[in-house]
Write a protein that binds this ligand. Structure first.
Ligand SMILES: [Ca+2]
Ligand SMILES: [Ca+2]
Ligand SMILES: [Ca+2]
Length: 268
């Protein structure tokens, strides 16, 4: 038997199994500073949404992540965008990073009780993703003008379940309240646009995540301009079941041949 499956080949096949089981296990950074880090969809008017697809993972065929920005329209209430936003730059707000990095910047005004719904979609990965984390910048407040509020933070899994963030961490100019699906981030004081004081980090450590959404509203009666930004997104693709099964079958076959070979040798 070893004539057909020498030790070196068996070792390679076991390594293939390992590769199959860990395929896609490497963390990916969706990086707004990369060449794909653009926003070309324009500004979704009230009641409309814009979706852009991204090829952020060179080890996975085709597009990997899509981001949708929806301008909600309940009671004919929605944000008006400052000219040119959303857009990707490293200057509107910076989250306190030095050197500055790019982020998807949002600047709006007017009545916005129903807010902007942002969806980060990973459905191009058959098994979904895990360990998703991203930081929002400039969640803050200017009393009588605006209160940035982030709510309805949730993920949908590849099997259709709704799961809550594992953690939501705020900074000096905002406060995180609630837990599970009731997490809310409210601005509590004014943050300088180039400071980290308005940062808030949202993390999902659950497996098989298909998409993540959050909603940005103005929790103040005022209707002044308000800004936030979505910085880079880290995530880890889940192994695709098909590749693991093939690898497992391959190695099972090799193990079976090896067993038969040993049995035959003992009989001789
Ligand atoms: Ca970056
Ligand atoms: Ca890709
Ligand atoms: Ca803000």
């Amino acid at each position: 038997m070893t004539r057909f499956f020498p030790r070196s080949l068996r070792l390679m096949m076991w390594l293939a199994l390992l590769a199959g089981l860990t395929a896609g296990a490497q963390a990916i950074v969706f990086d707004w500073d990369a060449s794909y880090g653009t926003w070309t969809g324009g500004s979704p008017g009230t009641g409309n949404s814009v979706t852009q697809n991204y090829n952020s993972d060179t080890s996975h065929t085709g597009n990997d992540v899509s981001i949708t920005v929806a301008n909600a329209n309940a009671n004919n209430s929605g944000f008006s965008w400052n000219n040119g936003y959303p857009k990707v730059d490293n200057s509107s707000t910076t989250g306190g990073l030095s050197p500055a990095q790019k982020a998807l910047q949002f600047q709006v005004q007017d009545n916005n009780a129903t807010g902007i719904v942002v969806t980060i979609d990973f459905s191009q990965y058959a098994g979904g993703v895990k360990n998703v984390s991203f930081t929002l910048w400039d969640i803050d407040k200017d009393g009588g003008s605006f209160i940035d509020q982030i709510s309805d933070i949730k993920a949908t899994t590849t099997t259709g379940s709704t799961v809550a963030a594992t953690s939501v961490t705020g900074s000096a100019s905002n406060q995180v309240t609630g837990s599970g699906l009731s997490y809310v981030i409210n601005g509590t004081s004014t943050n300088n646009d180039t400071s980290a004081g308005g940062n808030a980090t949202i993390t999902f450590n659950t497996n098989n995540i298909k998409s993540i959404t959050f909603t940005w509203k103005n929790a103040d009666a005022g209707q002044s301009q308000q800004f936030i930004a979505l910085h880079d997104i880290t995530y880890t693709p889940m192994p695709e079941v098909g590749s693991s099964v093939v690898a497992l079958g391959l190695c099972g076959g090799v193990a079976g041949y090896g067993f038969l070979g040993r049995t035959r040798r003992r009989r001789v």
